[in-house]
Ligand binder design. Structure first.
Ligand SMILES: *Cc1c(COP(=O)(O)O)cnc(C)c1O
Length: 373
């Protein structure tokens, strides 16, 4: 070993045979009793009480057996919920698992897949992991998807994926534009990641009957308040779902454990609680938008459970750090074009009141905001 070389710079012989990836960085999960956690788009309310009932019914004895590899109870509950055949439903360990399976399964052409430059930051990580070429299509200056980028390419693409509403902007893409993308790309898979659709955007699920190249991916983590349970699913044509299942059974047959199956089914079957919880989050979101506007923030109109906001007179990074000091956690992305924005998850009304009060005082102390007489 050359003496001037620190140990960590020395490449072991086997290291050039290793798959090297730059991993996705999840939002932090601080755990302080007095914190207000608005950084990872979780639901501020608990899941349906029926979930707890279902979990309490699980006998530890039954855990000695493998779970049902087809995840039948949950697949049937979701099929019924969406009014589709079971052959159109694929479930997984959170939608991250489902999306990873989709990348592995559908994006095999060697041609670049397309997604927005500002979007869920896991897409390029999976593309890198699975060595799928990709191109980031630039959102316009209002952070909107430019339809033409996805329907008239000079170079043929290997597939398309985008969230609707998009993250971290919260902007909804209109149904007819989604349909046009799916229709004009009938020779490849188009994935619509509907992680936030329940908070007020229109779902592409109604297009599934007409387009067998469309995959809609959903999660229980946000709207169903079950991030800790890890449940996600995809809806698509029976052919496409068949390919996903082949990939799954070639990787890990038992992705969904017994508790997730029971909890997921119970959640899907409690529509009333679900609707009430969503209505609360949506109304708090709208209240928060008004308050942010009053304080001088600007933001795209969000249909999700977060608001992507910027202040013309106060750098986002500075606000992020001040909020953090006060144990209020929001998400800040130190990335081109969005480094002056905060992504603020909608919490309970009282959490958002505390958050707004903090901002109001902070901006007033900085001489930026004062209540007009
Ligand atoms: C949160 C999120 C996911 C992943 O959710 P899971 O917890 O893995 O189900 C996927 N896509 C987007 C856009 C998200 O924001």
């Amino acid at each position: 070993m050359p003496p001037e070389m620190p140990w960590y710079k020395i490449m072991r012989e086997w290291e050039n045979k290793v798959r090297k990836v730059v991993p996705y960085t999840p939002g932090e999960q601080p755990n302080e009793p007095d914190m207000i956690k608005l950084n990872t788009n979780e639901n501020p309310y608990p899941p349906s009480p029926r979930v707890m009932e279902a979990l309490l019914k699980i006998m530890p004895e039954s855990l000695k057996l493998y779970p049902d590899p087809t995840a039948g109870t949950l697949v049937r509950a979701l099929a019924k919920y969406h009014g589709v055949d079971e052959s159109r439903v694929f479930v997984g360990v959170g939608s991250d698992d489902v999306l990873a399976m989709c990348f592995l399964t559908f994006f095999q052409s060697g041609k670049p897949i397309l997604f927005p430059d500002i979007t869920y930051s896991f897409y390029d990580v999976w593309a890198e992991l699975f060595q799928i070429p990709y191109r980031r299509m630039r959102l316009n200056d209002n952070f909107e998807i430019e339809l033409r980028d996805y329907i008239s390419q000079t170079e043929e693409s290997g597939g398309i994926i985008f969230p609707n509403p998009n993250a971290p902007t919260g902007i909804e893409l209109e149904q007819k534009e989604i349909e046009e993308i799916v229709r004009k790309n009938h020779d490849k898979i188009v994935i619509v990641d509907e992680a936030y659709v329940d908070f007020g955007a229109l779902s592409a699920v109604s297009l599934l009957d007409q387009y067998d190249n469309l995959i809609v991916v959903r999660t229980f983590s946000k709207s169903r308040a079950l991030a800790g349970m890890r449940i996600g699913y995809a809806l698509g044509s029976p052919q496409a779902i068949g390919y996903l299942n082949d990939a799954k059974y070639s990787f890990n047959s038992y992705t969904m454990d017994q508790t997730a199956l029971a909890a997921g089914k119970a959640s899907v079957e409690d529509e009333e609680y679900f609707r009430e919880m969503l209505a609360r989050v949506i109304s708090t979101r709208e209240w928060t938008k008004q308050e942010l506007k009053r304080l001088g923030f600007t933001f795209p109109d969000s249909k999700a459970n977060f608001i992507f906001a910027s202040h013309p007179s106060c750098p986002a990074k500075q606000l992020y750090e001040a909020l953090r000091q006060a144990h209020i956690y929001v998400r800040y992305f130190n990335k081109p074009r969005i480094d002056n924005y905060l992504r603020i998850t909608v919490g309970t009304r009282s959490e958002m009141e505390t958050f707004i009060k903090f901002l109001e005082k902070y901006l007033a102390d900085a001489g930026i905001y004062s209540e007009k007489p």
